[in-house]
Design a protein around this ligand. Sequence first.
Ligand code: IPM
Ligand code: MG
Length: 365
Amino acid sequence: MSADSSPNRPRILALPGDGIGPEVIAPALGVLRRLSEIADFHAEIEEGLLGGAAFEATGRPLPEETLAAARSADAVLMGSIGGPQWDGLDRELRPERGLLGLRSSLGLFANLRPAVLYPQLADASTLRPDVVAGLDLLIVRELTGGIYFGAPRGIETMEGGERRGVNTLVYTESEIERICRAAFEAARRRAGRVCSVDKANVLEVSELWREVAERVGAQYGDVELTHMYVDNAAMQLVRDPKQFDVIVTTNMFGDILSDLASMLTGSIGMLPSASLDAGGKGLYEPCHGSAPDIAGQDAANPLATVLSAAMMLRYTLDRPELADRVERAVSRVLDRGLRTRDIASPGTRAVGTAAMGRAVIEELG
Ligand code: IPM
Ligand code: MG
């Protein structure tokens, strides 16, 4: 992505995508437009096609035009992609391939997925409030390697006609090193602890991962490094999630553990994410999927996407004061008791996607 625009006039590519994507993107763009009115910040927002929406319009989940627009934008804000109507397509044409292609073509190897419990939502978690109160952890997931991209892959027919499916888990030292570095850098700005999650008791790839993590860790004397097997990490995340500060892990382990971590906070509808390249440019998206079951019903929680826009302001656009402002507005809306369905609890006020977005915009001032 280009970095030649001024921080006051960033060029943002919005990719609403499928399912609830367009509904949750709209409030986030509303927030950015509102900031343009009230702060020294003038985002130029362009919209593009990705996923199933792109397939319907162009026959491909990641059109050249979208890729080119993403490359030239300062940052990309995505809604969500996918839906059952595209599940029968050739794998190459499915919406998920569009997103994976974008991550990989833009070199977005560092996926930051914070799981923060808003105190107002302590009741929305399925875990006891004392287990989750004050939760603030960050999963740093490797995003452009591992079993998601390893070759060979495919479904092949063996002699005799039986088929077998093949995927390959592969990581090079440099891939491991750069994601570990991202995790250590993040830990330095937080509580200074990294837990590297692997399966080194079984997998050679994990053995190498652990060795490289140690090597990188030795350069960060101020950050504590521990290791944990992924099965234990899943258990520990539910048993005592507050023991973690930063978790660094592979693409697939991170995919699974980040969904798990999201529910500690009450709802996946609250969790933003950033996917960054080596220069800190990025794609920002909510952790949740396209939720086709509630699409078009004004029922989705837009806060994960709004908070993704805040992460964009913080990490790529270098406007931490505006990021704070958005996050404070979200917190005030929760204080007011407004809740979408996913975070509803007794005594709160049910609102739809659009009304939640309007409330955040109001609270921005
Ligand atoms: C995520 C999603 C994606 C992934 C899918 C939609 C390809 O689950 O961002 O976590 O597996 O990375
Ligand atoms: Mg996932």
